[in-house]
Ligand binder design. Structure first.
Ligand SMILES: [Zn+2]
Length: 275
């Protein structure tokens, strides 16, 4: 349960009020030119959050307390989902009934996509399940990182979060992945321009001691935010190294690397073995 304090709540209010940018009246199917990171930023800006909403960090990562901001990589906290004897990782989910059938189909397509390229199998939850994802339309798009134990909410707000790549992005958080720009080796690949970041939003660019599993930094990861994310002055908040003109953060779905590292983390290629 979220532990709250006046300080945290006001800090959060500042954080959210300082985000701005898009008109709320955008239609649902206008995602044409927008990357996942732009969609997330748009969906999570201008939200009026209540004290019951979880604290968000990194734009769309839910945490229960401020202390978790600097947590070790989730996978070393034992938050991976369990592999079964058939080599598959079954993750129960429940989709709350406030989605339309069209919206539900977008979510299901995102869930099912994982079975086409990994050993992850999202399946409808049963009453006997101990840990499961509750997919709800809450305030914005967000997820906790990794398995939390018991019910954990993945919020896909009906307004703004129901796109294939956005669903994949939030599910990757639930599977234990962080944003690409927080990788431990990110300073070799992007320069973070804190002077252009909105005040109070700097935490979105903190580095995490991620386990990179030998995978390359991926500008095209669905977990990479875009060049102007959280900018206060329309100047880039991240510049690629060494070639500052390389485009990044424009993924609309999981990249080849996203798939490879998911398979590596969950040892999908090994079948019956751990994790
Ligand atoms: Zn995210």
């Amino acid at each position: 349960m979220a532990r709250k304090s006046a300080f945290r709540f006001s800090a959060l209010a500042v954080l959210l009020l300082s985000a701005c940018c898009w008109a709320d009246s955008e239609a649902e199917d206008d995602s044409g030119e927008l990357s996942v990171s732009e969609l997330l930023e748009r969906a999570n800006s201008n939200l009026i959050r209540s004290a019951n909403d979880p604290i968000l960090t990194g734009g769309d990562i839910a945490i229960d307390s401020e202390a978790e901001k600097n947590a070790d990589p989730c996978t070393s906290r034992g938050c991976m989902w369990m592999k079964f004897s058939d080599g598959k990782v079954y993750i129960p989910y429940y989709i709350t009934n406030h989605f339309s059938s069209r919206e539900k189909a977008i979510i299901t397509r995102g869930l099912d996509s994982f079975s086409s390229f990994s050993c992850i199998r999202f399946r409808p939850s049963r009453s006997s399940d101990r840990d499961w994802l509750s997919i709800e339309s809450q305030n914005g798009c967000y997820s906790f990182v990794g398995r939390r134990g018991g019910k954990q909410v993945v919020s896909l707000a009906r307004s703004g979060c129901l796109y294939h790549g956005t669903v994949q992005h939030e599910l990757l958080h639930a599977l234990g992945f962080n944003h690409e720009q927080t990788r431990s080796d990110r300073d070799n690949h992007i320069r973070v321009m804190l002077q252009n970041v909105q005040s109070g939003m700097e935490h979105n660019f903190r580095k995490i001691a991620t386990l990179n599993q030998g995978t390359a930094y991926d500008y095209n990861s669905v977990m990479q935010y875009h060049k102007y994310a959280f900018s206060k002055n329309n100047q880039p908040t991240m510049v690629p190294i060494p070639n500052s003109n390389v485009s990044f953060g424009s993924a609309k779905q999981m990249s080849r690397n996203d798939i490879a590292r998911l398979n590596t983390l969950y040892k999908c290629y090994l079948g019956l073995d751990e994790p």
